[in-house]
Design a protein. Structure first.
Length: 491
């Protein structure tokens, strides 16, 4: 069920169900000659993750329309009810890898259409070649009584229209040099379960002070072409996907336009490595999303051996973000040459009151281009901020003038030599500044705008910064306003 993390959390307690997302594309006129097929069945409890229902597409079809419904009987308190996702594969088949993939809407809408020149968001326009297609049903949860469903497929007869050529957003914004760029790599539009069009999200991104966004629809790449005309000047659009499996969600960030990443496997199947490598072969980053979200299918079970970064902060700061931050910090060891995962922050925007750019990742890049932004993220030259109002400077320097910034390594000849750490923050008045090392919380400056602190490579394998709002309850730390990736100290 493609829902936001917050909607999934509500659903897990029985407080919410999926709401239909309105289509933003129109089917052909209803007056054209049609034929209709109705498919019925019942999915029992314990069914496979995906059920494929054959659909025979006749020749001479210019449009396919599909609608579906399913029963939602009452269930005992604490027992999930019925929730059924849907997608489509053409005559090329349903084999893992998605050669026949034609679209996915999860549980976000109850009907869709395809033509050569157009399709409902989430689906791919193109030829409607005759043969055996398959409707992919995803029983997200099944009530004890089972899940009866009914699918209606309508075939509109006529000559197929032309297929529109694919156009994608530009991969570079010219005239920009080395600088700190602000971005949000986790946003959803009407192409999955979001409520706004790409053009509307572009407007929100500009208002949030962002320089780049990444398309991250659940289990579909249909939006890649939709962003081409929306981006305009000054905003870089990276193309990607939120690969939404039953044992965790992962962002494919900045893949080649038109790249589809399959999601039909669990951690126990041992297939994730294949698709993580496919993301990297397509030029993108593998970024597990909201790894400790306590909702069905959200918690990350694949491990981090194939990850390039991790989304530590997702949307409004909540306890699972605190767990994600602590878990990420526990992976930082600091031994010379060790591989480490940079931490990122994204909004997971779906609808108001979510905020595009709340939070956001600020990355040091050589220019505003796909190649440079991904290189900066991969290297960890980045910090997280709750909004564009928050900026920080964080560095470490030796007595001899050697210098390192966020994500960099400061090498010192003498492990006992003193290192000066400096942090300065704007836009976070009244917040507490904290420095964290491999030994834990090392220094706090309450309500300060800047601090200086001295350490050595012998005492601190790394140092990273947190900017926190004043605590609201007991000994728990306040919500984050910003945090940095570490500066590494070594000989």
């Amino acid at each position: 069920m493609v829902l936001s993390r917050r909607a999934l959390l509500a659903q897990a307690t029985g407080a919410a169900t999926a709401a239909a997302t309105p289509s933003v594309a129109a089917p052909a006129a209803a007056s054209e000659p049609t034929t209709t097929t109705t498919l019925r069945g019942t999915i029992p409890p314990g069914a496979p993750d995906f059920v494929y229902v054959p659909l025979d597409v006749p020749p001479g079809i210019r449009e396919l329309r599909v609608s579906y419904r399913y029963e939602k009987p009452p269930t005992p308190a604490g027992t999930p009810g019925n929730a059924l996702d849907i997608g489509l594969f053409d005559r090329r088949g349903t084999a893992l890898g998605g050669r026949g993939f034609r679209g996915w809407s999860g549980g976000a809408r109850s009907e869709f259409f395809l033509r050569g020149d157009d399709a409902t968001p989430g689906y791919l326009p193109g030829p409607l070649e005759p043969g055996r297609w398959h409707l992919a049903l995803g029983p997200y949860t099944v009530a004890p009584q089972g899940l009866p469903y009914e699918i209606t497929a309508t075939f509109v007869q006529g000559e197929a229209g032309p297929t529109a050529p694919a156009a994608y957003p530009p991969e570079r914004v010219p005239g920009r040099g080395r600088a700190w760029y602000r971005g949000d790599c986790h946003v959803h539009s009407v192409h999955s379960d979001g409520r706004r069009t790409p053009a509307e999200i572009i407007g929100l991104a500009r208002a949030a002070g962002l320089d780049f966004v990444n398309t991250s629809e659940h289990n579909t790449h249909s939006s890649h072409t939709a962003w081409a005309g929306a981006a305009g000047e000054g905003l870089l659009v990276l193309t990607g996907e939120e690969v939404t499996t039953r044992t965790g969600h992962v962002l494919a960030v900045g893949t080649d336009p038109g790249t589809f990443v399959d999601w039909r496997y669990r951690a126990r199947d041992g297939r994730f490595g294949r698709f993580a490598r496919a993301v990297r072969q397509a030029g993108g980053l593998v970024v597990p999303a909201h790894p400790h979200a306590p909702c069905i299918g959200c918690a990350w079970k694949f491990g981090y051996g194939e990850a390039d970064a991790v989304e530590v902060w997702n949307g409004a700061w909540t306890p699972d973000d605190e767990v994600s931050l602590a878990s990420w910090d526990a992976t930082l060891r600091g031994a010379d040459g060790d591989r480490w995962l940079p931490a990122l922050a994204h909004s997971d925007y779906h609808r108001d009151p979510d905020r595009v750019g709340g939070p956001q990742t600020v990355v040091l890049a050589d220019d505003l281009s796909r190649t440079a932004i991904l290189a900066g993220l991969r290297a960890g030259r980045a910090y997280a901020a709750e909004s564009s109002a928050v900026s920080l400077e964080f560095s470490a320097v030796t007595g001899r003038g050697a210098h390192a910034g966020i994500g960099e390594r400061l090498r010192v000849a003498d492990p006992a030599a003193e290192v000066l750490v400096r942090l300065a923050v704007t836009g976070a008045e009244g917040c507490d500044l904290r420095l964290v090392t491999d030994q834990g919380l090392a220094f706090t400056a309450a309500g300060a705008a800047s601090l200086e602190w001295r350490t050595t490579a012998a005492r601190s394998a790394y140092v990273r910064a947190e900017v926190r709002h004043p605590p609201q309850a007991g000994p728990l730390p306040g919500a984050l306003a910003a945090f940095t990736n570490p500066i590494w100290l070594s000989t």
